[in-house]
Design a protein around this ligand. Structure first.
Ligand code: GRF
Length: 209
């Protein structure tokens, strides 16, 4: 079984979708930089091992990331899943886990890296928006793309309505990406990710309400 460590900071709806998808994985720990994260409470309810590492007690980012990396390594993961982990990771951390570190981002990368993606999509007047699962590299929100889902943007959308439409797709594509990883199907060659022997598309087009 693929050993997975999940990192999260808040609500944890993606984490919940991953749990509910009943993937062929063993979630060996759920770690949060915010002790009060709802996602951590959900993990506890499910009887999963949880670790709270409060970043406010460790002002030095590099030192905190080293502690975090040690806490992760203690569980010997094959894969580390960022599920709403809301802190920028230091280059040393990323180097340690590169190739086994996945993130979900609420935009069609490379458009709208960073924060407030739904607000920015509405400001730009784009007609299609979405989400991306990608391997994490040193450049923020730029790693090799595993799968994307696109949703329409409606004229009367607000950041909240658009975010909800995108989130429903996040909950589809993140479990799919993790399943591919667990099945050893992801081929990451020179920054391009293909899926071996699977007819399921890496592009999900939703007519989304
Ligand atoms: C999601 O929008 C995800 O794309 C982004 O952070 C948010 C986390 O939401 N990285 P949740 O905690 O999974 O509900």
């Amino acid at each position: 079984m693929t050993r997975v460590v999940v990192l999260l900071s808040g609500r944890g709806s993606n984490f919940q979708a991953i749990v509910e998808a009943q993937l062929p994985i063993d979630i060996v720990a759920v770690i949060s930089n915010r002790p009060q994260a709802t996602g951590l409470a959900y993990a506890r309810e499910r009887g999963l091992k949880t670790v709270a590492l409060d970043h406010t007690a460790h002002p030095d980012r590099v030192a905190f990331d080293a502690l975090l990396a040690d806490a992760i390594e203690a569980h010997q993961p094959d894969l580390v899943v960022l599920a709403g982990y809301m802190r920028i990771l230091s280059p040393a951390f990323i180097a340690r886990f590169e190739g086994r570190l996945l993130n979900i981002h609420p935009s069609l990368l490379p458009m709208f890296p960073g924060l407030k993606t739904h607000e920015r999509a509405l400001e730009e007047g784009v007609k299609i928006h979405g989400c991306t699962v990608h391997f994490v590299t040193a450049q923020l929100d730029h790693g090799p793309i595993v799968i994307q889902a696109a949703v329409p943007v409606h004229a009367d959308d607000t950041p909240a309505s658009l975010s909800a439409r995108v989130l429903a797709q996040e909950h589809r594509i993140y479990p799919q990406a993790i399943r591919w990883f667990a099945e050893g199907r992801l081929l990451n060659q020179q920054g391009r990710v293909n899926v071996r022997g699977d007819s399921t598309s890496q592009a999900v087009l939703s007519s989304g309400a």
